[in-house]
Design a protein around this ligand. Structure first.
Ligand code: GLU
Length: 365
């Protein structure tokens, strides 16, 4: 069992695990979860809990039943609910003599390299202090453009940044169902291909903002990062002990990868929708490990800034590489198709000659 061997485990708890249909906290369940975590901690593992539930607890505290809400209102509810959420964890962990720390993450905290490294250090120092980080998205200030919106991908990005061995994604499904009717789940996934994607059920639970689609996105991040991910049903007492006993879940297996930590971070970047389309010559150059020069750029899509993560696409529409651009979309629009020595004249200032340097790029094929 993969869990036995893991040193660092990220546990993602969905709102529907924590809060019942009437909006009440499932105290008995939480007690059993914390007891499970205590066992893992005692066997020397470092644990991170990524927990949803701020908005759901905010709603129940204010007795608001409405399901769909404007972003501004859900931000205010998250602000109220997050205090309850952290307090509930603190109370239950303290009973088991375990310390906790709170980490609220914004998209930029994982998507900007410097901030991601900083976040990684905070996690590591909490481990040194024997405290369990309790993580959620900083919902109170995140607007839709700069928001994860679901804790599936957030948990996966955290797992990748801290080099976790396993992400256990608890929700209200047993795993990825092969057949919805018979509730048959797939045991192991080695690659997320079209067949796997065809099993996605678009239905979401009443509280959580994620679904099977975001869980598969999370799985991709984990697999590229060399981390196992399990989708399992958390709605049982002692959900982790149960999972360790019956192994009822879908496991996503990590890819064998020679990528370094920074390259893994680049490959799994979230947030930028910028695309650079290149010609066949440039695609060949990238395959040979060269940088992307302006001459090979045909067109770009999206608005992005210098330093943003972008996707590089070839003439047949295939994803070639991901990388950090040294130029903004406005600048690239001015210099695309030109020779590198013309850049300075066109832009009016001196700059690098590579649009995406090979050291800031990872080939996808
Ligand atoms: N961050 C949200 C909350 O705490 C939940 C996001 C999700 O459901 O994935 O309510």
């Amino acid at each position: 069992m993969y869990i036995n061997k893991a040193k660092i485990i990220v546990l993602k708890i969905g709102s529907s695990n924590l809060v019942d249909k009437r909006g009440k906290l499932k105290e008995k369940w939480l007690k059993s979860l914390v007891e499970d975590i205590k066992k893992l901690v005692k066997s020397g593992k470092s644990i991170v809990v990524v927990s949803s539930g701020a908005i759901a607890l905010g709603q129940s505290y204010l007795k608001i039943k409405q399901k769909k809400m404007k972003l501004e209102m859900s931000q205010a509810l998250a602000s109220i609910g997050q205090i309850h959420l952290t307090n509930v964890y603190r109370k239950f962990f303290e009973k088991n003599k375990i310390k906790v720390g709170q980490i609220l993450i914004s998209l930029d905290d994982t998507e900007q390299r410097r901030r991601a490294i900083n976040a990684k250090r905070t996690f590591e120092n909490l481990f040194k202090l024997n405290a369990i980080p309790i993580v959620n998205e900083n919902d109170t200030t995140a607007t839709s453009e700069i928001k994860y919106g679901d804790n599936d991908r957030l948990a996966a990005r955290v797992a990748q940044i801290i080099s976790a061995n396993i992400l256990i994604n608890l929700s209200d499904v047993d795993g990825l169902y092969k057949s919805q009717k018979e509730k048959k789940i797939i045991k192991e996934v080695k690659e997320i291909n079209n067949e796997i994607l065809s099993f996605v059920d678009k239905k979401k639970s009443i509280y959580g903002s994620g679904g099977m689609e975001t869980k598969l996105e999370a799985a991709k991040i984990c697999m590229n990062a060399g981390c196992f991910m399990a989708i399992a049903n958390g709605n049982h007492q002692h959900p982790i002990s149960k999972l360790m006993k019956d192994n009822k879940c879908t496991w996503f297996l990590p890819k064998v990868s020679r990528l370094h930590a920074r390259e893994k971070w680049i490959v799994s970047s979230i947030g930028s929708n910028g695309r650079i389309y290149i010609d066949d010559g440039a695609a060949q150059a990238l395959r040979n490990g060269k940088s992307l020069l302006p001459a090979g750029i045909v067109k770009i899509e999206g608005k992005f800034l210098k330093g943003d993560n972008i996707l590089i696409v070839d003439s047949k529409g295939r994803d070639c590489a991901k990388g950090l651009t040294s130029f903004s979309s406005d600048e690239i629009n001015k210099v695309k198709g030109l020779k590198s020595d013309q850049i300075e004249k066109i832009l009016g200032y001196s700059s690098k000659s590579e649009i995406v340097h090979k050291d800031d790029m990872v080939n996808l094929k």
